[in-house]
Design a protein around this ligand. Structure first.
Ligand code: IVH
Length: 668
């Protein structure tokens, strides 16, 4: 490469990186993958070095990110640097050689830790109390988001034991994959644009202006570093234990390794484990374990020389969009979907990916025939990231939403402040189908055996039109259906019959009222005790419930004032469904505010039943064990959660102990 060529390439790379940084940090809408970004940055660094082209304003000299205007700015006592990273083991060995060269004859070990994919946070404690919490910002100064961080229950407001006068903690705010998926489902239901991944969702949530909104977001926290003046423990491994004792959640995956081979072994092991973890990890951070060696090794402009990130390969693949189809949801929302040429991604074959809404397709300029990069968000849901060949010739015109519903032909409308188009025809066949599926789903009436294939046939054969019609079905009507038979027909009728006894909260959720999720349904049931009272409630009455704001109240009153819906409820009542809450059970608050983790199989309860029991008594179940877990309910062959609870000294109950706790006698 000539110097002239190098200059040109450097300019291109700087431009790309600046744009990518803006898209990532300011708009939270990345257009290239992390790996491509890292590769571009690395290429730029190498060219600048080789041709002596460094400038002060090059992105290689900055840590990345910008500040937002809404929060006061705070300067960090020490810069919050980023990490050098690599995707290849040989470069981890190079890192080890560099470290050992610099240290000469001094011994050193490493601490390997998972790298979490969230947002970096700095916390300051004075005499054991949280006084400041900030984002990383540009590395030198960040946003003071103390009030928002105080809403996160993983972050202790007061430390355990005797804390030093000043303690600075660094860590990562993140969102569990499952919680992220649920948050996006909720956003789509509300007509809001979904987040691309848990990391963006966390970063966006932390910068909301209303802390009450932040409190509703499922944000978690892991601590991974601290400084406490004279009391700072001498090694990274001991720092983790100290953080744990102070009351911070510390990820159990950290390990002191004597040699670089041991480090590499750990990297491989954790690489296999990542899909089983409830949160996202994008690699492993290898840190020199001895604190006193850190200053000797020092930092480059943007990263410490005593640490390195080994990144796992991103789960991405390229494929072709064969066509864009339109799906109609339960509430009439039209969702465009990319029909993809099947491709293997993170262990499953992906054939379709939601494109969310029209704006999203325009922004990415996706068109049939395009080769695209797909990725799994939160490791679960496939997403189309970007077009790989935007310059190809003969592309069809940009996507445009049709004026009428693709399934029933009614006119489509776009409601104010929403991104989605909707079909308002309640008789639109896919809406009928989705309403019934929602009604029978696991978290609603939980009717076993009433899956998509059966519902499709029942709707097609005109045997049902509303979910009330389910209760009029007979075995004789079911038997002739495809893949049914007498036994399944009988089981299905039994399951439908059994659903009549489901609690009021499930029924309310099952009605599929816009904006009414499980929590609101539960709050309605425990506050009003009967569907009849809810139907009579004024907006004012409804607004007296914490989880209900004007939007939900409006949605409820409009649902119940619709004569068709009233008729539907009347029918359910005549079929003997339970429209009253079971007061005694849902009112105990023995477990109020308690966080419980389930592991293993219990002798008498399924997982779902146990969860319901916990919730009925005011408790909450969470998926992973942390310092904040109140107790673990463990059954036969429990998993790693059990070990972790033992390690953290968290109380472990078996089913018998638990029944005693909630004042229930054992069933024989
Ligand atoms: S140590 C001097 N440890 O990765 C840098 N960082 O790319 C000290 N991160 O901003 C960081 N998990 O937000 C460290 N176990 C871990 C981490 C971790 C995630 C993030 C951190 C940092 C970014 C650097």
């Amino acid at each position: 490469m000539t110097e002239q060529q190098a200059r040109k390439r450097v300019a291109e790379l700087r431009d790309l990186i600046e744009r990518a940084n803006r898209a990532y940090y300011e708009e939270a809408r990345p257009f290239i993958s992390d790996k491509e970004f890292d590769m571009a940055l690395k290429e730029l660094e190498e060219l600048e070095e080789k041709f002596d082209l460094q400038t002060e304003d090059s992105p290689t000299q900055r840590v990345g990110g910008t500040l937002s205007n809404e929060f006061p700015t705070v300067r960090h006592p020490e810069p919050m640097l980023s990490l050098d990273n690599t995707y290849n083991e040989e470069e981890v060995r190079d890192f080890d050689r560099r470290v050992r060269d610099l240290l000469g004859s001094q011994e050193c070990s490493y601490n390997a830790e998972l790298k979490f994919d969230g947002a970096a946070i700095r916390l300051r404690y004075e005499n054991g109390r949280l006084t400041l919490g900030a984002t990383r910002g540009d590395g030198y100064q960040g946003d003071n988001i103390t009030t928002n961080l105080k809403t996160i229950s993983d972050i202790p407001l007061k430390l355990n034991g005797k804390a030093p006068e000043i303690l600075e903690v660094r860590g990562e705010a993140y969102m569990e994959k499952e919680a992220f998926v649920r948050l996006n489902e909720y956003r789509e239901e509300q007509g809001l644009a979904p987040f691309a991944n848990p990391r963006n969702s966390t970063a966006g949530s932390l910068k909301m202006l209303d802390p009450r909104e932040v409190a509703r977001r499922p944000i978690r926290f892991f601590a991974f570093d601290l400084s406490a003046g004279s009391q700072t423990p001498p090694t990274q491994g001991e720092k983790m234990d100290y953080l744990d004792r102070l009351g911070f959640p510390v990820c159990p995956y950290h390990k002191v390794c004597k040699t670089i081979d041991e480090v590499l072994g750990t990297l491989r092991q954790w690489g296999d484990l990542r899909h089983e973890l409830p949160y996202e990890t994008d690699g492993v951070v290898v840190k020199v374990n001895e604190e006193h060696l850190r200053p000797e090794l020092g930092n480059t402009a943007k990263a410490p020389r005593w640490a390195m990130a080994f990144k796992f390969e991103a789960e991405q693949a390229t494929t072709v969009i064969e066509s864009i189809s339109l799906q109609v949801g339960r509430l009439g929302t039209i969702t465009p979907v990319a029909e993809l040429k099947p491709v293997l991604l993170a262990g499953t074959t992906v054939k379709r990916a939601s494109l969310h809404n029209e704006d999203e397709i325009r922004r990415k300029d996706l068109r049939p025939g395009d080769t695209v990069m797909v990725e799994k968000a939160g490791d679960i849901i496939p997403q189309v990231v970007s077009v790989v060949n935007p310059e190809r010739s003969g592309r069809p015109k940009p996507f445009k939403m049709p004026g009428s519903c693709p399934k029933c032909g009614s006119e489509l409308v776009k409601l104010e402040e929403e991104v989605a188009w909707r079909c308002l025809n309640l008789e639109c066949p896919p809406q009928i189908r989705e309403r019934i599926l929602h009604f029978s789903s696991r978290n609603a009436m939980d009717i076993e055996g009433l899956g998509e294939a059966v519902v499709d046939q029942l709707v097609h054969e005109k045997l049902i039109r509303t979910f009330a019609d389910l209760y009029e079905l007979s075995e004789e009507q079911l038997v002739p259906l495809e893949r049914m038979g007498e036994k399944s027909a009988r089981n299905l009728i039994d399951a439908i019959e059994k659903s009549k006894k489901q609690g009021l909260d499930r029924l309310i959720f099952g009605l599929g009222i816009r904006h009414v999720g499980r929590t609101v349904a539960r709050d309605l049931a425990s506050h009003f005790h009967s569907l009849e009272t809810i139907m009579k409630a004024s907006e004012e009455d409804l607004l007296s419930i914490d989880s209900i704001g004007p939007k939900i109240a409006g949605s409820l009153t409009s649902f119940f004032s619709n004569p068709k819906n009233r008729e539907l409820i009347e029918k359910l009542k005549n079929h003997g469904l339970q429209l009253e809450a079971d007061r005694i059970e849902s009112e105990s608050d023995i477990l109020k505010g308690k966080k419980v983790v389930l592991t293993g199989s219990l002798p008498n309860w399924s997982r779902k039943e146990a969860t319901e029991m916990i919730e009925k008594h005011g408790g909450k179940t969470t998926t992973s064990v942390s310092k904040n877990t109140d107790f673990v309910l463990a059954g036969e062959s429990p998993g790693s959660k059990y070990d972790k609870a033992v390690k953290l000294g968290i109380e472990i109950l078996d089913e018998k102990d638990f029944r005693k706790l909630i004042g229930e006698n054992e069933t024989e």
